[in-house]
Structures are given as structure tokens and as C-alpha cells.
Ligand binder design. Structure first.
Ligand code: CO
Length: 197
């Protein structure tokens, strides 16, 4: 695979794309996941969803310790489905696609998630604490949702100026031809979906 993945930033339209389940786990998918872990660590994150690297596939990577040396804490969730959830808890979140922006988000305290791993085996995770929060944040990504969508109106209003900076930056990168238009982004996602979704 020659694809060189990069993290895209708000308001890139791929972040609003609803991801499609992948049909097979092969060498190319392993390579994508390896690049995603590398990018996640490089930017000091604890989770990264495929559409944050401009891919339309339903998968994300996570390491709740954030420690690249802790391989036992690395998890790849392929075609994840959130099942039961219990309780509510508020906590601070940020996002590698909106660097520097933080907000308090209410999530389920405990969740159950079903997914496939890199060996193509199904597993069930019963999670709480930070890991439960990460998994809910990343699953949201796959549905085209960002944590800023879940902020109460007052908090969202406080972040308005910061988000506008991202919007201005995105538009100026488009104006100078550094980023493609909506149509070519959509076309590329369709092609990638035909390849493996
Ligand atoms: Co995020």
C-alpha cells in the first residue's frame, strides 16, 4: 500500500462521513492500522478513527495508556457496534482533529462493545473509565459525529471563536489548492469504499 496517511482537521468533510464496515482484514488493512497507531502516538492521542485519516472505513485504534511501549494496551476495533450502556459521567475530551480544543462531555459510564480484531476474530469489550469514554468518542467519529456536537449550548458558544479559526484555516488551504473540493473528496471516499467496504 502506497497510501501515506495524515490526520485531517475540522471542518474537513470526511469527519462528517458515515463510515462503512470493512469486508476483509488483509495486509493493506494491517498497514493502515500501523500508520494510524504511529500517527496517534506522534500526536499524543489515546484513540484515532479511520475517518480522521481521511478513510471511509468503520474502524478505530486505541491505547488508553497513550504509551507506545505498552503494546498490551493497544486495541484495534474493526466494525465496532456499541451495545448496552449504563450510567452517565462527565469528563474532559479533546480530539486530534481539533487540536487544542477541549470540552466537558457527558458519556455512558459503562459500555459493551462488539468488534473484530486484526486477526478477524470477534470480541466483546465491557469497558468503563477512560477506555469507555475513548470508545464512545471514536465510535461517534465513525458515525460522522464530533465531541463538539455533544457540548451544551453555553460551552459550544464559548468555543465558537476557536472553531472559526479552524474554519478559516481550512478555507484558506482550499483557496490555495492545498485541499480538494467537496466533490473530489466525496468521489475519493466512494472509490475507497468500493475497494474494501
Ligand atoms: Co476525536
Amino acid at each position: 500500500m502506497t497510501l501515506k496517511l495524515q490526520i485531517i482537521h475540522y471542518p474537513h468533510p470526511t469527519l462528517r462521513h458515515v463510515s462503512k464496515p470493512v469486508k476483509r482484514v488483509d495486509a493493506d488493512l494491517h498497514e493502515m492500522v500501523a500508520q494510524m497507531f504511529a500517527l496517534m502516538y506522534e500526536h499524543e492521542g489515546v484513540g484515532l478513527a479511520a475517518n480522521q485519516v481521511d478513510l471511509p472505513y468503520r474502524l478505530f485504534v486505541a491505547n488508553p495508556t497513550g504509551d507506545p511501549n505498552n503494546k498490551e494496551a493497544e486495541f484495534t476495533f474493526i466494525n465496532p457496534v456499541l451495545k448496552a450502556g449504563k450510567g452517565q459521567v462527565e469528563g474532559e475530551e479533546g480530539c486530534l482533529s481539533i487540536p487544542g480544543v477541549k470540552g466537558q462531555v457527558v458519556r455512558k459510564e459503562k459500555i459493551t462493545i462488539e468488534a473484530y480484531n486484526l486477526r478477524g476474530e470477534q470480541f466483546v469489550g465491557e469497558l468503563d473509565g477512560l477506555f469507555a469514554r475513548i470508545v464512545q468518542h471514536e465510535t461517534d467519529h465513525l458515525d460522522g459525529k464530533l465531541f463538539i456536537d455533544r457540548l451544551p449550548p453555553v460551552q459550544a458558544a464559548e468555543l465558537r471563536d476557536e472553531l472559526e479559526e479552524f474554519e478559516i484555516d481550512f478555507q484558506s488551504r482550499r483557496d490555495c489548492g492545498e485541499l480538494p473540493g467537496d466533490d473530489s473528496i466525496a468521489e475519493r471516499l466512494r472509490e475507497l469504499e468500493q475497494q474494501r467496504a
